[in-house]
Design a protein around this ligand. Structure first.
Ligand SMILES: Nc1ncnc2c1ncn2[C@@H]1O[C@H](COP(=O)(O)OP(=O)(O)O)[C@@H](O)[C@H]1O
Ligand SMILES: [Mg+2]
Length: 145
């Protein structure tokens, strides 16, 4: 029996990418694309998933310096998809509502990374504690056969 959120095979096939440099951001994007392809995503969905991963990984570099991105195949009933967890032990985000607004940035960015990732994916959750770190969890489901 498949439990919600478990990999289709029942065995863990999550891919963990440590994030500490721009090269790691590229690795995370490619890893996400590969896992997404393995569960059946194609075309623009692959671009959306890798773009979301890229934004979350860039935020780790920019604001938390280091962290990790974990990409996993997921299933729920008959649907399959990918889950991306981006987490760090950085400074945290004091006001999540503000951080999720289009155009809000404390840096030199466009302030579209977090809201963009939310739009690109089907599910989005963010948890953050000042002084503890930030965890973003996003999921996307295939449209099925
Ligand atoms: N991992 C993180 N750790 C701490 N702060 C973060 C993190 N990710 C995002 N933020 C905060 O949320 C804001 C909005 O992020 P984002 O939408 O990606 O825009 P940008 O990166 O262009 O500033 C950032 O400016 C930063 O203040
Ligand atoms: Mg950003």
């Amino acid at each position: 029996m498949l439990v919600d959120g478990s990999p289709p095979s029942g065995e863990s096939s999550e891919e963990i990418v440590g994030i500490a440099s721009d090269a790691d951001v590229v690795t995370a994007r490619h890893t996400g694309r590969r896992v997404a392809e393995s569960v059946g995503f194609t075309g623009s969905d692959l671009t959306m998933i890798s773009t979301a991963i890229s934004e979350l990984a860039r935020n780790i570099i920019r604001y938390a310096v280091t962290g990790e991105v974990v990409v996993s195949p997921i299933s729920e009933g008959s649907r399959v998809g990918v889950m991306v967890v981006a987490r760090d032990n950085g400074p945290g985000i004091p006001d999540l509502d503000l951080a999720m607004r289009d155009g809000f940035t404390t840096g030199t960015g466009m302030g579209l990374g977090l809201p963009g990732a939310r739009r690109l994916m089907d599910e989005f959750a963010i948890a953050s504690q000042v002084g503890e770190g930030t965890t973003v969890v996003v999921k996307k489901w295939t449209r099925g056969l």
